[in-house]
Design a binder for this molecule. Structure first.
Ligand code: ATR
Length: 266
């Protein structure tokens, strides 16, 4: 049976094996998807070994996405722009191909599952780290009116804005309201929020947190307190997996019902 895996460290709690097993059942595909604990010193060797043993595809997660990017022979345009790879496959002549499905997974979740078009919208993105870099190209491809990146360290926002041809700002200098706000800071992990001014949102603003959790994230809590609606990033996790599955199996599984089931089981 075709072998797939996700490599990362830590990896034991990865939801990818159950997500891909669900996709396989949904689309009548026969495959095995397991976890691989990435080793700091051995990562590249582990990847080569996996494909040498006829592995068909790997997902890559924290902290190896940049190392996966560096070892690829061929990169998709979106992986090049993201500077990171989350999906690997082997070409016919043994060339390693790298893609990044995080951004398209998020954009499809926002547009297809939540029905929020990004076209002609004023979009604010919070944060300027790897997570944000990974989603900028697909967001810009959705033809928004403008994209502003706000970050605690302004230089990092400015450098991304220069590269992707969009706007950069400090949190303090932002002028709202925005149509869509996407939180890509890792602040939620520690239950904290960047200093967000009330005027950034109104009742028409739709907020998306790339983080997700059983409880409403602090960012979405803030949005709701200010009359805005939104969603967390559980659908992004499932969405990036669906896009990887599509690359490997040429069939794109439906994601909304799985997101709902996973939500109920949290
Ligand atoms: P990731 O890969 O998750 O993007 P990262 O590259 O370390 O992780 O980036 C983390 C992002 O969250 C950065 O934009 C960081 O801001 P700085 O660039 O100023 O460090 C942001 N961040 C983390 N904790 C934050 C906090 N408490 N308040 C505001 N921004 C925060």
């Amino acid at each position: 049976m075709d072998q797939y895996a996700v490599v990362g460290n830590p990896i034991a709690h990865s939801k990818s094996p159950s997500i891909h097993a669900h996709f396989a059942t949904l689309t009548n595909q026969e495959l095995v998807y397991s976890t691989l604990l990435g080793d700091e010193a051995e990562f590249e060797h582990q990847v080569r070994d996996f494909f040498a043993k006829d592995g068909k595809g790997l997902n890559v997660t924290v902290p190896f996405k940049e190392r996966a990017y560096a070892m690829c022979d061929i990169l998709s345009q979106r992986a090049k722009q993201a500077g990171a790879v989350n999906t690997l496959l082997m070409g016919r002549n043994g060339e390693l191909f790298g893609d990044n499905t995080d951004g398209i997974g998020m954009v499809r979740d926002i547009t297809h599952n939540h029905g929020q078009s990004l076209k002609d919208k004023r979009i604010l993105i919070l944060g300027a780290g790897g997570a944000v870099r990974g989603v900028l190209e697909p967001v810009l491809n959705a033809a928004p009116e403008s994209v502003t990146i706000a970050n605690r360290t302004l230089e990092k926002a400015q450098s991304l804005a220069d590269h992707f041809d969009c706007l950069a700002s400090s949190f303090e200098a932002l002028e709202g309201p925005f149509d869509i706000i996407i939180n890509g800071t890792s602040a939620s992990l520690s239950g904290s929020l960047p200093p967000l001014k009330e005027e950034l949102v109104n009742a028409e603003t739709w907020c998306y947190d790339m983080m997700y959790g059983k409880e409403r994230t602090v960012f979405l809590q803030w949005a709701h307190e200010h009359g805005a609606r939104g969603a967390d990033g559980l659908g992004m996790l499932v969405g990036q997996a669906a896009e990887a599955f599509y690359l490997w199996r040429q069939v794109r599984p439906e994601t909304a019902s799985l997101v709902e089931t996973m939500r109920e089981q949290m």
